[in-house]
Design a protein around this ligand. Structure first.
Ligand SMILES: Nc1ncnc2c1ncn2[C@@H]1O[C@H](COP(=O)(O)OP(=O)(O)OP(=O)(O)O)[C@@H](O)[C@H]1O
Ligand SMILES: [Mg+2]
Length: 346
């Protein structure tokens, strides 16, 4: 979608602290000659109660940055803090709880549970955590995202954009302090996209939440307070108080630069779905948070089309690095997967 309208920025001058921080954050996939450095010693501070956008070419490390900052994926080197808590080195249980209490995640591939309807998907993380939803807020989220008449539908009965809105509602439902959204408007038409952006903006301005959003769309980035530009696993530039036009200009300059220089050695190639056999082994579990003997992750749905259950082999991780919860059936509390499952924390 294209979201050309820029939202008004709330000017705030006082420092509000740091919601997430990384120092020397490095993530390598594989080893030896085939190693890919997805993140190369990244230092970043994510300001609290701000809307930060992350942009960069495909394969530049945007999703990896989000996953490692959110504690969903392990790091190869460096340190990550959520608030004041260093999460690199935390025990699984502590990390799971911290993430569940403070982080909402909208995955690039949604990770909805195919056997649950939209409402059940939205409340799943809270159900697992044994939290009661704030009904008024939940209804507000559902209405704002236009999901009222789709609540009883399962993901396969929803369009790609509707699935994206369910994933958005799920991330917002428990009002987490910190929301990571990986291309939340990528599959939406411009009206729905603007609504989601407006919603994220409101979450920051009215509710004091912190949002980090990956986007390829300058219009979407124009709604943020700060754009971080990633290339080859490094933050190469940033733009405070961006406008859609300004971001577009900056991207054109990057494109010209990229075209003018040879690709750096070992540069991350554009993201391709990893061959089946390499996925589970090349992908370290997020500090043991993904149970090794995990049952079939049926929720490994790609952005536009859910994978039919029978086509997903057991134990396969999703391309985004999160293993969705165990097979869930709608009719029992035990059906809602493991509380330690990272994919249910988003
Ligand atoms: N599980 C994995 N195994 C091996 N390499 C991986 C894995 N996940 C990501 N990579 C590689 O790491 C690099 C960064 O990937 P990442 O998904 O973070 O990129 P991205 O900026 O989000 O791209 P896109 O815009 O296409 O979503 C890419 O080169 C990608 O191929
Ligand atoms: Mg990505």
């Amino acid at each position: 979608m294209s979201t050309s309208a820029s939202a008004p920025h709330t000017e705030r001058t006082e420092p509000v602290g740091v919601a997430a921080r990384a120092r020397g954050l490095t993530k390598a996939y594989g080893s030896g000659e085939t190693a890919v450095i997805a993140l190369d010693a990244v230092d970043v501070d994510i300001a609290r109660q701000r809307f930060t956008a992350v942009m960069g070419p495909s394969g530049s490390g945007k999703s990896t940055l989000m996953h490692t900052l959110a504690g969903l994926d392990s790091v190869s080197a460096g340190q990550v803090w959520l608030g004041e808590t260093e999460i690199t080195g935390l025990k699984d249980r502590e990390l799971t709880q911290l993430r569940r209490d403070r982080v909402g995640f909208m995955f690039q591939s949604f990770n909805l549970i195919p056997t649950l309807n939209a409402r059940e998907n939205i409340t799943l993380p809270m159900d697992i955590a044994g939290k009661r939803p704030d009904t008024e807020w939940l209804e507000h989220v559902i209405d704002t995202l236009g999901l009222r008449d789709r609540l009883r539908h399962r993901p396969a009965q929803l369009s790609g954009g509707q699935q994206q809105r369910v994933a958005c509602a799920r991330a917002l439902a428990s009002r987490p302090e910190l929301i990571f959204a990986d291309e939340p408007t990528g599959n939406l038409d411009s009206r729905a996209g603007l609504e989601v952006l407006g919603f994220l903006r409101e979450a920051v301005d009215s509710l004091g939440q912190t949002v980090v959003m990956v986007t390829h769309d300058p219009g979407a980035a124009g709604h943020s307070d700060l754009v971080l530009f990633l290339a080859d696993g490094r933050i190469v530039d940033e733009m405070p108080r961006p406008t859609a036009e300004g971001v577009l200009e900056r991207m054109k300059r990057f494109d010209a630069l990229q075209g003018a220089r040879p690709a750096p050695e070992g540069a991350a190639p554009p993201r391709q779905p990893a061959p089946e056999s390499t996925v589970p082994t090349a992908q370290p579990a997020p500090e043991g948070a993904v149970p090794t003997a995990h049952p079939a992750p049926e929720a490994a749905a790609p952005p536009t089309q859910p994978v039919p259950e029978s086509t997903v082999p057991p134990g396969r991780a999703t391309p985004e690095g999160a293993v969705p919860p165990a097979r869930a059936t709608p009719d029992g509390p035990e059906a809602h997967g493991s509380p330690d499952d990272p994919a249910t924390q988003d």
